[in-house]
Design a protein around this ligand. Structure first.
Ligand SMILES: Nc1ncnc2c1ncn2[C@@H]1O[C@H](COP(=O)(O)OP(=O)(O)O)[C@@H](O)[C@H]1O
Ligand SMILES: [Mg+2]
Length: 409
């Protein structure tokens, strides 16, 4: 039970058992339960005085979820206090959608990633995030920073593929006055600017061998030598790096130093592409539409089944970033409350476009049968997974399949 300032008035012994730590009377409940992150549905609802039912990433037991209900009481428009009910998340709920530091998913593979991230964030170890463009590597890096003891320090990101080697060197390590034409004064590099915080090295596999050697020296000596400088400066950063390439292959090909790989990849984290997270296309479309409605004239209320079909059939080489672009297109091109296939970029309907286009057998089916068959194809025939993607129970899926002649009785 919380007072009007959301401080704990009373907590049952079960609270400690569930959380794995105790909450003292007088403590701020949002801080204890929701941590310092940005997306805090429980904290937001409690301070707004609105009832809420949500899940919490359990701060005391990284990777575990609790269900939480917040119930304000008092006169309407005035908050006298609130009651928060905490419970173990049931197996069914654990199967459902979660929001983790700005990332939505309902896929087990992503939840496993979040579990690892929660665990390693607190340790000051180097994490290497691998995944295709647009899968959320930078969001993962930010989550690691937000959950780490360095969260009050800066988070700096630098893209190692975006600059030529000499510019990148001074961006990373800084330079002294007169180090090169145009260097009119000393300038700190990202290693200094991120001091006390986290440095995110994006596309780290694109570093030249020469810069790899310099980076390795920085990590080994924990000092950095600015371009043109004589005196090394101390470095205090946690490194999170990312790449779309398998680093080991780069090492085998002689393009990446093995010793640097071992420094950067103490904890490897792999983010699966969107096309391997079949349940997430629908979830992300719904959540992104909710989000985009807030800032657009067009208000999409429904996603038509055929538009969803088209989205679920698309490979999304650009992953979630591409899905966002596809929806931005729909907001710009279409009208009305229904997202229909004609709102989607034409490339989604071009012939021979993707490697996971439906097979001829699926093409010959119609309507619901086609949707079911395609989902089944995508999940390798696993009915349990297919049912989850469709949002049905296994029994419902089986019944629909039988009714449509897709399964033998
Ligand atoms: N699971 C997710 N839920 C919601 N938005 C996501 C998710 N994954 C990625 N995004 C969004 O997609 C875009 C690309 O993410 P980003 O972290 O920059 O990918 P990467 O660094 O792998 O290229 C960003 O706008 C990000 O907010
Ligand atoms: Mg990126």
């Amino acid at each position: 039970m919380l007072d009007r300032d959301l401080r704990v008035v009373l907590a049952t012994p079960m609270v400690e058992a569930l959380l794995g730590f105790s909450i003292a009377v007088g403590e701020s409940a949002p801080r204890a339960l929701c941590g310092g992150g940005v997306k805090r549905p429980l904290a937001e609802a409690l301070s707004a005085g609105t009832p809420v039912r949500t899940t919490l990433a359990n701060p005391g037991r990284p990777g575990r979820m609790l269900s939480a209900q917040g119930l304000p009481f008092g006169e309407p428009g005035q908050r006298d206090g609130s009651v928060v009910l905490l419970a173990e998340v049931s197996a069914a709920e654990a199967e459902g959608a979660v929001l983790y530091h700005g990332m939505w998913t309902q896929e087990r593979s992503m939840k496993e990633v979040f579990r690892v991230v929660s665990r390693v964030a607190a340790e000051d170890v180097a994490v290497l995030v691998r995944g295709e463009t647009g899968v959320g590597k930078e969001l993962v890096a930010q989550a690691i920073h937000a959950l780490s003891p360095r969260h009050r320090g800066p988070f700096r990101a630098i893209n190692c593929a975006a600059l030529p080697a000499n510019l990148l060197e001074s961006e990373l390590f800084g330079h002294t006055r007169g180090a090169f034409t145009g260097a009119v004064k000393d300038a700190p590099g990202h290693f200094q600017l991120a001091s006390g915080g986290t440095l995110f090295l994006d596309e780290v596999a694109e570093l030249s061998l020469e810069l790899q050697a310099k980076l390795l020296r920085v990590l080994e000596t924990r000092t950095v030598l600015p371009v043109g400088g004589r005196h090394p400066l101390p470095v205090d950063v946690r490194i999170v790096s990312a790449t779309h390439r398998p680093l080991r292959k780069e090492v085998e090909a002689g393009r990446f130093r093995a010793d640097l790989m071992y420094r950067l990849r103490v904890i490897p984290v792999f983010l699966p592409p969107l096309r391997e997270r079949p349940g997430d296309v629908r979830l992300l479309t719904e959540k992104l539409v909710e989000q985009m409605n807030a800032s657009h004239r067009r208000q999409i209320e429904t996603i038509s089944p055929s538009a969803l079909d088209a989205l679920e059939a698309w490979e999304f080489p650009g992953n979630v970033r591409e899905l966002k672009n596809v929806l931005a297109y729909a907001y710009a091109i279409g009208d009305g409350p229904i997202l229909s296939p004609s709102d989607l970029p034409p490339e989604l309907f071009e012939q021979g476009r993707t490697t996971n286009a439906p097979s001829p057998e699926v093409e010959s089916l119609t309507g619901e049968a086609r949707r079911i068959a395609r989902v089944l194809e995508r999940v390798g025939g696993n009915r349990e997974r297919a049912a989850k993607v469709l949002g049905w129970s296994r029994v419902t899926l089986w019944r629909r399949m039988r009714a449509l002649g897709l399964a033998s009785p």
